[in-house]
Write a protein that binds this ligand. Structure first.
Ligand code: 26W
Length: 830
């Protein structure tokens, strides 16, 4: 398509028809819902099932979003505002209906409209499947950022993959995790719009040739395979619906759905092979968040969505400006971890090979356009790809990476006089491990800004993974501490607390979360503390009901709800929590006359299917739960539950119900954490290590209101270097020793002593995660919390202070910082 034909198309874009403003009263909405039911779904109100009501309601809400969506898009174009493109392999969105209704302020009229037909809004909302297009922290952050970009008026475009199967469904069978496929699209998806006109060809494999053109060598990539990327758009609504952004997810389709030659020759299966192979690219989300999968399909996914997004960005840009030299002034592209890092090479290819730009000019633009966020320092999670695979799949991008590398290494040697060791640390090619491309290095050198996600994590990035690149480019790394959206994680998840806030400090906190600080003045007020505690109690009852229904376990809402929910990983140390649980169990049994604080230990989270130790930890939690819950001597004092299938919707029920939040990772290993923020915002106390954003939470909440224990990051590093082992510590800690001995003897594994031999031996031998090393400090801190629990006023005061002091951890603040410091975009930039 020529730029001029696109220009004609833009002229036809007009703001939504304003002649008939939509009314939002219950009468109008009821009428519209029935219209949708009748004419879009083909059902009478009598025949409609709950699913039909969900669809009709969604369509009515969607209509209201679309007007503002058009207006936002048109306004961005009219004002020539800079666009922010957030490239992320994952968007862990959860349900959308309640979020949209609440952001649009339609909760009451819709509830009333549905009630007229005896339909309950809450039940309708519960039917919506979770969009689980992500693994955990990184994907959920992307979803919070989409919401905050819309709420703060940043013109944002999320780009990702429309997986047919999102994150697997977890069932627990005999205490062990079983993975089942997830089918969120089973009933269709009323939020998305297929955009067949926005589709791009994505190549793989083939050869690179060169042609001489105007005295210049031009490289031409002739891919052996081509796949079509088709766009699906979902509107992302911000607070009060004022600004609506777009989440554009790519779906892979075959260019030739059926190979006619093969089909006509009678090879009916063979005729479909190609289309199956193409569609496989977006069929399923990789469920590993800690180990690189290293499979070809994963690299195909990464390139597929990177190339489609860049082609789309360039096409949009050319349609508006007809010039690529100002790309970096009008577009910022954020790389959410290294999964889209191949974009750096692909943008260079598009600029140089396809659009004929000079290499140096293209490189300047590329660097000015991209920025990169790192989300983990775990060596096993850092992405690298074998050169032979990369070269076979992406031959031209590989050449470009070599050329980028040559430039960077020249700068390092000639400009800075770096030695050989430093050069090999900086290189985009790891020569040590059978030659691999390092995606972190590629993202780093291709970006003008590189950020970590908490202050500590950013410092550690400078000292460890990017030590030498940081020396070469000392002003490139900066910090952007994560945040969470208060709309989903406070207004919607905790309506009781939100209402109490309305009544106590006024509703201003809904527009400006900083106003929540006004709550501090009420934290000492005994009457307020009672009301705060009553809300918490209701939320705990809601969770207890869910546990009763799903697990047939009765929980006492009067007990302390002590909760650890997150992906299962050794560094997150669910095992430390379980060991403390076993030790507590044994202590209560041997000293039942003491005045124990009643506790419910709640766990939830998924293990990567191939992560053996993580699966053993889940198994152990279930085994411990079975024994503890059936032991009459601890009845009323200790319960243990593992809630299956942790996801965004479950988190919305769990976070507001917590008294105590467990954030106990081995210091230096949790990049930030965001669950820690959701819990504290909802008035849970935190027991945690000085890791990730806990460090900054301590600064904001104050040391009297957060419960920090254990080794610090530098101490962990030192002890690891000195070859710390667990056995000596275990010998000196009778409680820990007894817990490990009981587990090893088969007390919890139906007499099978071998079941947890690996887990227990790993603590005795290497104690890599400092479980033995931190046990005593953790135990002591827990007992301090037991004492605090008994002073109800004191506990509630601390809980209220947590809510009051968490406003800085709003993702609105994170987004404003990205917009100001990295993207130079958003309301302030105009
Ligand atoms: C290549 C396999 C793979 C897949 C995903 C490796 C690593 C990842 C993610 C980077 C893991 C992740 O989700 N990291 C989390 O990001 C959150 C948002 O910044 C942080 O709050 C968490 O601390 C961090 O573990």
């Amino acid at each position: 398509m020529t730029p001029s034909s696109l220009a004609v198309r833009q002229d036809r874009l007009e703001p939504g028809d304003k002649s008939q403003p939509r009314l939002n009263d219950a009468d109008t909405i009821a009428k519209e819902i029935v219209e949708k039911l009748t004419y879009s779904i083909g059902k009478t109100t009598g025949a409609a099932r709950l699913h039909d009501w969900l669809e009709a309601t969604t369509l009515v809400v969607r209509d209201r979003i679309i007007d503002n969506w058009f207006n936002s898009t048109i306004e961005t174009r009219r004002s020539q505002a800079k666009r922010v493109c957030y490239l992320s392999m994952e968007f862990l969105i959860g349900r959308l209906l309640r979020d949209a209704i609440s952001n649009l302020g339609l909760t009451d009229p819709i509830r009333e409209a549905l009630a007229r037909y005896d339909v309950e809004l809450d039940l309708v909302e519960l039917l919506e499947p979770d969009a689980a297009l992500g693994n955990g922290g990184l994907g959920r952050l992307a979803a919070c950022f989409m919401e905050s970009m819309a709420s703060t008026g940043v013109p944002g475009y999320g780009y990702g993959i429309r997986y047919v199967h999102g994150f697997f469904r977890q069932e627990i069978v005999d205490s062990a995790q079983v993975e089942l496929p997830e089918t969120w699209l089973k009933h269709g998806n009323p939020w998305e719009f297929e955009r067949r006109e926005s589709s791009y060809e994505i190549g793989f494999g083939g050869k690179v040739t060169s042609i001489e053109e105007n005295g210049r060598t031009r490289f031409v990539w002739r891919p052996a395979e081509r796949v079509l990327a088709v766009a699906y758009d979902t509107p992302a609504v911000g607070w009060r619906g004022n600004h609506v952004n777009t989440l554009r997810l790519w779906s892979a389709q075959s260019l030739d759905p059926i190979l006619l030659d093969a089909f006509n020759a009678g090879d009916h299966i063979g005729a479909l092979l190609e289309s199956n192979k193409a569609e496989a690219i977006t069929r399923v989300l990789y469920p590993a968040d800690s180990h690189q999968a290293g499979q070809e399909l994963r690299l195909r996914q990464e390139f597929f969505f990177s190339s489609a997004s860049l082609q789309d960005i360039i096409r949009h840009h050319l349609a508006q400006y007809d010039d690529l030299t100002n790309l970096a002034d009008k577009v910022a592209i954020q790389l959410n971890d290294t999964h889209p890092a191949v974009s750096v090479a692909e943008l260079m290819r598009l600029l140089v090979d396809v659009h004929g730009m000079e290499w140096d000019a293209a490189w300047t633009i590329t660097r000015a356009t991209f920025s990169y966020t790192n989300h983990t320092l775990l060596p096993e999670a850092l992405e690298t790809w074998p050169i032979h695979l990369f070269e076979r799949l992406l031959p031209r991008q590989m050449q470009i990476i070599y050329q980028i590398n040559a430039g960077v290494l020249r700068e390092a040697t000639q400009g800075q006089g770096f030695d050989d060791r430093t050069i090999s640390a900086i290189s985009l090619i790891d020569e040590g491990n059978g030659r691999r491309v390092r995606m972190g290095q590629l993202a780093f050198v291709g970006s003008h800004a590189v950020n970590g996600v908490s202050a500590l994590h950013t410092e550690l990035m400078k000292q460890t993974v990017f030590h030498d690149l940081h020396r070469l480019y000392p002003s490139r790394i900066e910090n952007k501490t994560n945040g969470v959206t208060p709309r989903r994680w406070l207004h919607q998840a905790n309506p009781g607390l939100s209402k109490l806030l309305d009544e106590t400090i006024g509703p201003g906190f809904r527009d400006n979360i900083e106003e929540i600080a006004k709550l501090d003045a009420h934290a000492d007020d005994a009457a307020f503390q009672e009301r705060f505690a009553a809300v918490k109690r209701e939320n705990k009852e809601r969770l207890a009901t869910l546990v009763q229904e799903r697990l047939a376990i009765t929980l006492d809402p009067g007990a302390m709800f002590d909760i650890q929910v997150k992906r299962i990983h050794e560094y997150k140390r669910q095992l430390l929590n379980i060991l403390e649980t076993v030790a507590l169990y044994e202590q209560i049994r041997s000293l039942p006359h003491l005045d124990w604080t009643p506790r419910v230990k709640i766990f939830a989270g998924k293990a990567a299917p191939s992560y053996v130790q993580a699966k053993e930890i889940i198994h152990l939690a279930g085994d411990v739960a079975r024994v503890v819950n059936s032991d009459p001597t601890v009845r009323g004092l200790l319960k243990v539950v593992f809630i299956p299938n942790y996801n965004v919707s479950l988190a919305e029920i769990i976070m507001p119900a917590a008294d105590l939040s467990e954030q106990i990772s081995t210091a230096g290993l949790e990049a930030s954490g965001t669950g820690n923020m959701k819990f504290a915002l909802n008035g849970a106390l935190t027991i945690g290590t000085l890791d990730g954003a806990n460090v900054e939470m301590l600064e904001h909440i104050g040391e009297d209101n957060i419960f920090i224990f254990g080794l610090k990051a530098d101490e962990v590093a030192r002890m690891r270097a000195e070859g710390h082992g667990g056995q000596a510590v275990i010998n000196s800690q009778p409680l820990l020793r007894s817990a490990i001995d009981s587990i090893s003897a088969g007390v919890f594994s139906q007499g099978d002593p071998g079941r947890y031999a690996n887990l227990m031996n790993s603590i005795r031998d290497r104690d890599w995660w400092m479980i033995a090393a931190d046990f005593r400090a953790y135990w002591d801190k827990q007992r301090q919390l037991d004492v605090l629990w008994k002073d109800r006023g004191a506990w509630n005061r601390v809980a209220a202070r947590n809510t009051a002091r968490m406003s800085w951890f709003s993702s609105d603040r994170s987004i404003r910082e990205y917009a100001r410091d990295i993207w130079k975009a958003g309301p302030g930039a105009r």
